[in-house]
Structures are given as structure tokens and as C-alpha cells.
Ligand binder design. Structure first.
Ligand code: NAD
Length: 439
């Protein structure tokens, strides 16, 4: 993710098109939220780009601008939304179906939401077993489908008079796929698309089309998608920013807040048991063991990386970590996540922490989509290409350069993000050493 100090950042002129793959609970909550915020009906709570600040210089300097004033981010009024989905309903109807936001709130923004009609999806039920839909493209090969997407992206950009685009995967979680030899190079990837190889999932076809169209790409689900050499190299070659995977919300957000705290005080861990009940469509898709396996891998890796059992065997060797998701329709999007954490302290004495998080998945995910759209666009205008590790803050399973372990500690991730912003603007990085105050 090379980034020049005090990079020349192109201005955010014109409209920014945000192309969403999947027009479900997360996407519609994001779009409706932006409409409400634009009209001053609500505040952008949970969004770092809109409400966060960045300290510059010494603590005594009193320079703490809002991030959106410090950097030339696209403004909310300049965002235009487009989407693909296997269901033909408009964003308004899809939002009603998702049932996250109240009908009264949605009614106030009916017009802009009704205008967003999803384009036909690239979909194959072998990758998301619990879904069937009618709004689906047909094509002889996966390569043909990619070409259709490429044409559609160009047309959409022109029709909506956008100067720039970003694409975000907010569609259902696909079945678990491992890297395959055809993912190695662009040539083998394109050949595999032409041969309809099963290692090429729909999400990869969207990512390929984005990168071929000069559009940066973020992956909000745990699918492999852009995390393969062929597409990472394509992003590098076409100087495009990419990031992923899996929006960090709910239980994993809590884990990455609490685990670094336990470790910082050298408290040990015997086990961490996490279970969820949720009843939205995401929950239904994850009820399929193959889709759940993709999610499970993403959720399980977090603690190992944060706690580093190989460095602290006396505290973290062989802790038990279990994650369960239970589909329970009455709950809808209002998930309940329970955690039972068995820790131990001085002289090995055991203690327990219990968390019962009554959260709202899409309410936590929507501001992440907004921040990713704005930061990806900023990265692109600043000449940053390839994997954007500074955006790890937003992901359960951060994508990194090959051979590098991901950083999961949310506080390190935030420091990395803000230092990247300082670096882009040629400001001193903050180390928190602070000796200068005592000279
Ligand atoms: N809500 C959260 O907190 C959260 C957190 C992390 C990750 N995620 C992930 O984000 C994604 C979206 O979550 P959601 O709650 O909005 O789910 P959802 O089921 O409400 O929406 C997903 C939409 O994607 C559509 N879709 C599926 N395959 C598609 C394809 N190939 N092309 C186009 N559309 C397709 C579905 O029809 C559906 O409308 C899921 O993968 C979920 O696991 C969500």
C-alpha cells in the first residue's frame, strides 16, 4: 500500500458513485442513513470519517481537527448509489423487508430509495445455497458475465455523471473456498473464468470487473474474493486500492476491544465461548454449514493473533475458543450475542466475564460502509494502490501483504489509520512517547 509522505491528493471533484453488491440489510441501512443525515434528520453516529478527530502535533498545541476537515474526503451530498441484487426490489422495498429501520423513517426518504433499483446480479446458487432469486444475469461463461459487469459499470458511471467510483461487497457470505492454483496469476484466473471453473466465485467476478474498470474494491464479507494473488496483482498493476475482509461489528468488535485489554494487563485466558442468535437473511444464509465455515474462519482467527499464545504460552497456550451462530427468525436484525470468558489472574485464580450484547448488526455495519467508501476514494486520489492495511480497523479478517500477519487489536488499528492520515498530510506521526513535555 505504498503511500507518499504529504502525498499530492487530487481534489474530490464531482460525484462519487458507490456501487454496492447486495442490496440487503446493510446496504439499505447505509443508503437510508446517508439520506437521513444529508437532510439533517440524524447524525452520522459510528462514522469515524464524519465524527472522528485527529490530534496533530503536541498535546499542548490544541490542534484537533475533524478528520473530514483535515483531508479532502468526498462529501455526503456528492454520493450516488448503485447496486446489484438477485431480488428486483428497490432499495425502499428491500429496506422494508430487512426491517432494520422503522417504516416512518423510511417513508421520509421514500423517493431517493425507490429510485435505486438493483441491476441484475452475477449469481450462482452453488455458492450461496440458501438463496434463489430471479434478478440474475445469464452468460455462457464467467468471463462473459465479467464483461457484462464491466460494460454495465461504464454505462452506470456515465448515466449517473460520476467522476469516480468505489465498489463494496455487501452481499451474502459465499461458501468456504481455499486458494486454488487458478487464483495464482491473472492469466490462469481469466482462463478459469472462460472455462467456468468452480474455484471462481461470483464475488471474484465482481472484484475482477471492478479492477478492470479502474474501481477500488472493498470486501465486507468473509469470502476469499479479492484476497488471491491474481486479483491482488491486478489491483497493483492498475494502481487500485483494495481491502477486506468481513465488516467488524457485533461480537468480534467486542472481542477486539476486550482481548487487547486483558493482554495488556497480563491476565490469562482459559476459554472464550461465543454464541449468537439472529434472524435476518444473513442469519439464514449462515445457517448453511458451508457459508458458516467461511464466517467461522474469519471470527476464530481474531483471538489467536491478538493474544499471541506463542509469545505468552503461560497465559494463552491452548485456550478454548468456540463460536456459534444460531438462526432464530423472531430476532430479525436485532442480534443477541453472548460471551462467556474464563480468565485467570494472580496465582492462577479463575474469574469470569459475561457479555450479553443486544446489538443491531446493520446499525453497526452502515457507518463502516460509509467510511470505507470515503477512505477508499481518498486512497485512490492519493495514489495508494494494492492492499490498504490501514483500513484493518473496519475488518474481522484484515487483508495484508502476503506473509504478513494481520493486526487485530482495534487500538493499534486505529493508531495505524490515524498515522496514515497524518502521513498523507505530512504531519508528524504520534508515538505517545511524550518526553518533550518534561524537558
Ligand atoms: N451486518 C453486519 O454486521 C455484518 C458484519 C460483517 C459482515 N457482514 C456481511 O455483509 C453481508 C451483507 O449482510 P446483510 O445483513 O446486509 O445481508 P442480507 O442477506 O440482508 O443482504 C445480502 C444481499 O445480497 C444479495 N446477494 C447474494 N448474492 C449476491 C450476488 N452474487 N450478487 C448480488 N447480490 C447478491 C442477497 O440477495 C441479499 O439481498 C453478508 O455477507 C454479511 O455476512 C455483515
Amino acid at each position: 500500500m505504498p503511500v507518499a509522505k504529504q502525498a499530492e491528493i487530487k481534489p474530490a471533484e464531482g460525484k462519487l458513485g458507490v456501487l454496492l453488491v447486495g442490496l440487503g440489510a446493510v446496504s439499505t441501512t447505509f443508503i437510508a442513513g446517508v439520506e437521513a443525515i444529508k437532510k439533517d434528520f440524524a447524525q452520522p453516529i459510528g462514522s469515524l470519517t464524519q465524527m472522528g478527530t485527529v490530534r496533530l502535533g503536541k498535546r499542548t498545541d490544541n490542534r484537533v481537527p475533524l478528520i473530514k476537515d483535515f483531508l479532502p474526503l468526498a462529501q455526503l451530498k456528492d454520493l450516488v448509489f448503485g447496486a446489484w441484487d438477485i431480488f428486483p426490489e428497490s432499495a425502499y422495498d428491500a429496506a422494508l423487508n430487512a426491517g432494520v429501520l422503522e417504516k416512518e423513517l423510511l417513508a421520509q426518504h421514500k423517493e431517493p430509495l425507490r429510485k435505486i433499483k438493483p441491476m441484475k446480479a452475477v449469481f450462482d446458487q452453488s455458492y450461496v445455497k440458501r438463496l434463489t432469486g430471479t434478478n440474475v444475469k445469464t452468460g455462457k461463461t464467467k468471463f462473459d458475465l465479467a464483461q457484462q459487469l464491466i460494460d454495465e459499470i461504464a454505462e452506470w458511471k456515465k448515466k449517473n455523471k460520476c467522476s469516480r467510483l468505489v465498489m463494496i461487497w455487501a452481499a451474502s457470505t459465499e461458501i468456504f473456498l481455499k486458494q486454488h492454483p487458478v487464483h495464482k496469476t491473472l492469466d490462469s484466473f481469466e482462463k478459469a473464468m472462460k472455462e467456468n471453473h468452480k474455484a471462481i466465485a461470483p464475488s471474484m467476478i465482481y472484484a475482477y470487473a471492478a479492477l478492470k474498470s479502474g474501481v477500488p474494491f472493498a470486501n465486507g464479507a468473509p469470502n476469499l474474493t479479492v484476497d488471491i494473488p491474481a486479483l491482488m496483482n491486478l489491483a497493483d498493476k492498475n494502481k487500485l486500492a483494495i481491502c477486506g475482509k468481513d465488516f467488524k461489528t457485533g461480537q468480534t468488535l467486542m472481542k477486539t476491544i476486550i482481548a487487547p485489554g486483558l493482554k495488556s494487563r497480563m491476565l490469562g485466558l482459559h476459554g472464550w465461548y461465543s454464541t449468537n442468535i439472529l434472524g435476518n437473511r444473513d442469519g439464514e444464509v449462515l445457517d448453511d454449514p458451508d457459508s458458516f465455515k467461511t464466517k467461522e474462519e474469519s471470527k476464530l482467527s481474531v483471538l489467536e493473533y491478538i493474544l499471541q499464545p506463542e509469545v505468552y504460552p503461560d497465559l494463552y497456550k491452548d485456550f478454548s475458543h468456540v463460536v456459534r451462530i444460531n438462526y432464530y427468525p423472531p430476532r430479525g436484525d436485532n442480534k443477541e450475542g453472548w460471551d462467556n470468558i474464563d480468565i485467570f489472574g494472580w496465582l492462577g485464580y479463575p474469574m469470569q466475564i459475561k457479555i450479553d450484547f443486544l446489538c443491531r448488526d446493520s446499525i453497526l455495519a452502515a457507518p463502516i460502509v460509509l467510511d470505507l467508501a470515503l477512505f477508499l476514494d481518498l486512497a485512490q486520489r492519493s495514489g495508494m494502490k494494492g492492499v490498504q492495511e490501514w483500513l484493518s480497523f473496519y475488518f474481522k479478517s484484515p487483508q495484508t501483504a502476503p506473509g504478513l500477519y494481520p493486526e487485530h487489536d482495534i487500538f493499534i488499528q486505529l493508531m495505524k489509520l490515524k498515522n496514515t492520515l497524518r502521513h498523507l498530510r505530512g504531519e508528524d506521526l504520534i508515538t505517545h512517547l511524550g518526553l518533550e513535555y518534561y524537558d
